[in-house]
Design a protein around this ligand. Sequence first.
Ligand SMILES: [Zn+2]
Length: 311
Amino acid sequence: MTAVRRLVFALIVGASFGWGSPLFAATPLRVVTVHTVLTEIAQTLGESDVDVLPLVAPGTDPHVYEPTPGDVRRFKEADLVLAAGLGMESYLPRLAGELRPDAIISVGDRLSPELLLKGGPHNHDGSHGHAHSHAHVDGVDPHWWHGVPQVIAATHIVANAFSERRPAQAGLFRARAESYVRRLESLRAWAKTEMAAIPAERRVLVSSHDAFGYLAHEHSFTVYPLLGFSTAGEVDARHVARIIRLIRAKNIHAVFSERSTSPRVIEAIVRETSAKLAPALSADGLGRDPALSTYEGMMRFNISTIVEALR
Ligand SMILES: [Zn+2]
């Protein structure tokens, strides 16, 4: 085909399908994710129109993930990097200069302030004396995915980020986001019904680290974590003694370990009190176990486990 014929052909095909049709859409958006919940949102909204490359696998601890040189190369190639934000990815600021301009979307940082929890307010008696060993953004809890309203807002943030970069497909991204949000809304309604089985005075969550603030806020729980917002660091012995006194004083029936952190200290607490150890919760994202491999599955598992242990 000569250059002129190619041009005529392109004009005819272009006119009949429209340049905005998927046939003429640009190459799929390349999206790198560093949190498993964002991987699910990106894949659900993007389907085959977006190439999603997850760098943090289900069942791994995002607090301690550090990019390998190969990962850094993938960050540089990405059109978009989706991060949990709020200080979770301490390596991102130092990489930002090497990535495409505006490539990084730190989703948590874009949530509206009324959806964010500051450290500690869900713990009413002031015994929140653990050492924070990780840099936070103004002490804001980065575990926003434990709140369904926060995940709904995150879905809209991702849909907008996709639409800005691929305007021709904005309608598709919006429709998929709306359908995902409908599922999230029914999950939220289910959670409220389930949690109603736990009397108000038993809504106390002793956990390995301070990951469940958003769940606690939604369902009026008080959280007593052994560690702060990060899984890194050692548990302070005086803090453990305080938690043991609290469990005895409040007659707390069960305490919770987590899948990605060592249960050693929680097990020691169980030996010192009459509380039983509930099955380990999924604190920092989706798990390898099929039951925990979707957002809905993870939330249903955590909520059912809490209800079963504390009702
Ligand atoms: Zn965490």
